[in-house]
Design a protein around this ligand. Structure first.
Ligand SMILES: Nc1ncnc2c1ncn2[C@@H]1O[C@H](COP(=O)(O)OP(=O)(O)OP(=O)(O)O)[C@@H](O)[C@H]1O
Length: 240
């Protein structure tokens, strides 16, 4: 049985200045599903994530989370539990401790201390190494550990849908493996993920479905099985 749709993007066009960078994009993420968005540099993947977060306004189309149309909501309202992002480049406050960075993700929940504590425990269970680093300045962490904090901060807002923008980029093979295993564990916990990823191996390992974007449009939808059984040549056509 198919899971109910938690994120539905319909006929989305969005961009910067006068130009549409993404056109007529339609995608869905089911509840408890992990979906990848692949594509070459400049295809518009980050722009789709920014539009879902309300960081740029869509020009046309609809974005729904559950049964709520969030297209017209401002970014700070979307961040209150509809969607959260682990952005490209992580964007941590490097002069703040690990735990302070994490708690920033739960600003809208701050009156509910026990929920914030439970969410923090969930992050430390997912990334045990961070438990020992909670008071450490984030600037002292490795790239992989900073990525864990970024993913942890996303989890702290307890969002209906989680967006990740290239979490494996510039990480060591060991750190990529830790991140991939964490995403698989999040799926096991029932999270709904939309993952922008350059690495096909990570995307096929973590995700149930893959979309391919090229020149601002979604051009293919595939399963990891299809990629493994001959679909690689189709992907390579777009990804080079
Ligand atoms: N703030 C901005 N102002 C103007 N143009 C932008 C801005 N951000 C991105 N673009 C342009 O929009 C297009 C799509 O960019 P986007 O970052 O969405 O692509 P992407 O698929 O995520 O690629 P990458 O893997 O390089 O991040 C690119 O041509 C880019 O130059």
């Amino acid at each position: 049985m198919q899971s109910p749709v938690i994120l539905e993007v319909e006929a989305l066009s969005a961009g910067y200045g006068r130009f549409d960078v993404v056109r007529n994009v339609a995608l869905t993420v089911g509840k408890g599903e992990a979906v990848a968005l692949l594509g070459p540099n400049g295809a518009g993947k980050t722009t789709v994530l920014r539009a879902v977060m309300g960081m740029i306004k869509q020009r046309r189309g609809t974005i729904r989370v559950g049964d709520r149309d969030i297209s017209a909501l401002p970014a700070h309202r979307i961040a209150r539990g509809f969607a959260a992002i682990a952005p490209e480049g992580r964007r941590l406050f490097l002069d703040q401790s690990v735990e302070d960075n994490l708690i920033l993700g739960a600003l809208h929940l701050r009156r509910d201390r026990s929920r914030v504590r439970t969410l923090l425990e969930g992050v430390y269970d997912l990334f045990p190494v961070l438990r020992g680093y909670r008071t450490r300045l984030s600037s002292f962490l490795s790239g992989g550990e900073q990525q864990m904090v970024s993913i942890g901060r996303m989890l702290m807002s307890d969002p209906a849908v989680m967006l990740l923008d290239e979490p494996s980029v510039a990480l060591s093979p060991v750190a990529v493996d830790i991140v991939a295993k964490a995403l698989i564990e999040l799926r096991r916990r029932g999270a709904s993920l939309l993952l922008v990823e350059q690495r096909i191996d990570v995307a096929t390992r973590v995700c149930d479905r893959l979309y391919v974007m090229s020149h601002g449009e979604i051009v293919e939808e595939m399963t990891p099985e299809a990629v493994r059984h001959g679909g690689m040549s189709i992907l390579n056509r777009y990804l080079g």
